[in-house]
Structures are given as structure tokens and as C-alpha cells.
Design a protein around this ligand. Structure first.
Ligand code: HEC
Length: 149
């Protein structure tokens, strides 16, 4: 008798648990395969087919503009919280800086908000996150300020 009851209770617990995780993180429960396809279409030309970034990405080019950094664990994408990554992708580097009061920075990162929906941007970011080792994923998750949705 007791065992049968346990069998029934477990799936409900699991459901509740994943529901809670979804509530806390925009990147959870996303379509990672779709994100990978979108990455190839919209990001790989600059950030690299294997997320490796452009050569010498830490140094500005002759035009003074920084090359595209890697999105894998060797870059600094995981140093940022979800919202910043989203805004960077949607608005582009220059507009994001301006929104934060920093004028006159020319960024090579275009705003993709015109060609991608918000959901598509989250799918891509979720794909990028899926390539990071667990430890780095945990550190990045810790950078997100607590929020209700
Ligand atoms: C035309 C080239 C180009 C394309 C296409 C492009 N990026 Fe970028 N991206 C850059 C450059 C150059 C930088 C670095 C300059 C800067 O930080 O302002 C950058 C910086 C970023 C950053 C901030 C730095 C970091 O690592 O956190 C994010 C996030 C980002 N890109 C995401 C994306 C995503 C996601 C896509 C595809 C949906 C994409 N980019 C497509 C050129 C590009």
C-alpha cells in the first residue's frame, strides 16, 4: 500500500519542481535545438561556428572597434546576467551603452531586435549557455538578481 502511494506522489513532485525552476529563469525550458539553428544563422559569422570568437578578440582593430568575443567558456559572456545578454543581443552594443548613459562607444555588435523575436533571442542564449560546463552555468545563474518571473 505505502509503496503504491509513493509511486503516485513522485511525478507530482517532479512537476512542481520544474515549474519553480521555470518561474525563476528565462533561459530554462527553452528550445535549444532551435537556438542552435538560430545561432548559425545570426551569430556564427562573427562569433564563430564553434563559439570561438574572432582572433585577438581582446584587442581593438585598426578602426578602434573590438572584434567579436567567444561565447564559449573562454569568453566573458557568462560574466553577465540574463537581462544584459538579452538587451545586448536585441539592442546592440552602441544602443545598450547609450541606454545606460555611456555615449560615443562604437560597438561592432549589431542590434538583432529587428530580425529576431524575443523568444528566438532567449532560445539562442539558452543554446549558448548549454555549451558551458556546469560550474560556469552555476556561476552565471548566480549573477541574475532575484526576480518574480
Ligand atoms: C556583425 C557581427 C556580429 C554578429 C552577427 C553578432 N555579434 Fe555579438 N558581438 C559582436 C562584436 C564585435 C561584439 C563585441 C563588441 C562589443 O562588446 O560591443 C559582440 C558582443 C556581443 C555580446 C556582449 C559580449 C559578451 O560576450 O557578453 C553578446 C551577448 C553578443 N554579442 C551576442 C550575440 C548573439 C546572441 C548574436 C546572434 C543572435 C550575435 N551576438 C551576433 C559582433 C557580432
Amino acid at each position: 500500500m505505502g509503496r503504491n502511494r509513493m509511486k503516485g506522489a513522485l511525478p507530482i513532485l517532479v512537476l512542481l519542481w520544474s515549474g519553480l525552476a521555470l518561474a525563476g529563469h528565462e533561459l530554462d525550458g527553452r528550445d535549444i535545438r532551435n537556438g542552435q539553428a538560430l545561432y548559425r544563422q545570426h551569430c556564427a559569422s562573427c562569433h564563430g561556428a564553434n563559439l570561438e570568437g574572432q582572433p585577438n578578440w581582446r584587442r581593438p582593430g585598426k578602426d578602434g572597434v573590438l572584434p567579436a568575443p567567444p561565447h564559449d567558456a573562454s569568453g566573458h559572456t557568462w560574466h553577465h546576467d540574463n537581462k544584459l545578454l538579452f538587451d545586448y543581443t536585441k539592442l546592440g552594443g552602441t544602443a545598450l551603452m547609450e541606454a545606460r548613459g555611456i555615449i560615443g562607444i562604437e560597438s561592432g555588435m549589431p542590434g538583432l531586435g529587428d530580425v529576431m523575436t524575443d523568444d528566438q533571442i532567449w532560445d539562442v542564449l539558452s543554446y549558448i549557455r548549454s555549451t558551458w560546463p556546469d560550474r560556469i552555468r552555476e556561476i552565471q545563474a548566480g549573477r541574475n538578481p532575484p526576480h518574480g518571473q
